[in-house]
Design a protein around this ligand. Structure first.
Ligand SMILES: Nc1ncnc2c1ncn2[C@@H]1O[C@H](COP(=O)(O)OP(=O)(O)OP(=O)(O)O)[C@@H](O)[C@H]1O
Length: 256
């Protein structure tokens, strides 16, 4: 395996009760790459992201960050690394949720500073300077002392992106980052993600925004029923899909 491979998921299986939600699913993400995951509701996109970010455990398969195994498949069962090893791996990725998940009782600045100080035990002065720089990058310098409820959804989502970046992750995951936002606020978030892509931030994005996915991604994965039906360059998968399921899905989105 080359070291430029940042994330590798091999033969991931996940069940809830007797329902298999992910079936033998494999993806890999190179450093600097943007991978978008598209597909109908219930196809398993969020579950895949939650498995990748250790919020759910896989039943089978490997989960590998930069050659470090978070889980290793042993006879068809995913065996997880020790808590200490998982802690190290958690430091390699950031996650931006659909519903922002900010701490409501903390100011914007404190939301961004909390994890670097508490988890990484870094110095307050340095963390504050970096947090302010990130807020500036997100166009939120004047909101440092505001509370989440005083912000628009788009501003809250930009805070949560700043919060994820404050941990200096090697890879950033987005789970439908604009689906809780009005169309006019969606654009501002997509712009921020585009800028991160220009800076070669490695990202995995679950999205229903097809034109965005087409522009920003190096690779697109179309999921249906817990499996990857089609994947490839966005110009192939989104503009010229070959699989009947992909064609139907994209047609249905256009009709909406
Ligand atoms: N905690 C859970 N317990 C039981 N079933 C679950 C759980 N989480 C997800 N599922 C089921 O797993 C399947 C995949 O769900 P998932 O949320 O991953 O799909 P999705 O592609 O992200 O959908 P959406 O686009 O609507 O968010 C669905 O059938 C869902 O009902």
């Amino acid at each position: 395996m080359t070291m430029s491979k940042l994330l590798e998921i091999n033969h991931c299986r996940k069940q809830f009760g007797s329902t298999e939600v992910l079936t033998d699913l494999s993806i890999s993400v190179e450093e600097g790459q943007v991978l978008s995951i598209i597909g109908p509701s219930g196809s398993g996109k969020s579950t895949l992201l939650r498995c990748a970010t250790l919020l759910e455990t896989m039943d089978g398969g490997d989960l590998i960050y930069l050659g470090n195994y978070a889980a290793r498949d042993v006879n068809g069962k995913a065996v997880y690394a020790t808590p200490a090893e998982l802690q190290k791996i958690r430091g390699m990725f950031g996650l931006v949720f659909q519903n922002f998940n900010l701490f409501p009782h903390y100011s914007v600045l404190k939301n961004v500073m909390e994890a670097p100080m508490l988890v990484q035990k870094r110095q307050e002065k340095e963390v504050r300077e970096e947090a302010m720089a990130l807020l500036e990058q997100m166009g939120l310098s004047d909101k440092a002392d505001a509370y989440p409820y005083q912000l628009s959804g788009g501003q809250q989502q930009r805070v949560s992106i700043a919060r994820a970046l404050a941990m200096n992750p090697k890879i950033l995951f987005f789970d439908e980052p604009t689906s809780a936002l009005d169309p006019e606020l969606t654009g501002e978030i997509l712009k921020v993600i585009r800028k991160l892509a220009e800076k070669k931030m490695t990202m995995v994005i679950v999205t229903h925004e097809m034109s965005f996915a087409r522009d920003v991604s190096d690779w697109v994965v179309f999921m249906n029923g817990g499996v990857i039906v089609e994947q490839g360059d966005p110009r192939d998968v989104i503009d010229n899909p070959t699989h009947e399921r992909t064609i139907q899905f994209l047609r249905r989105l256009q009709e909406k």
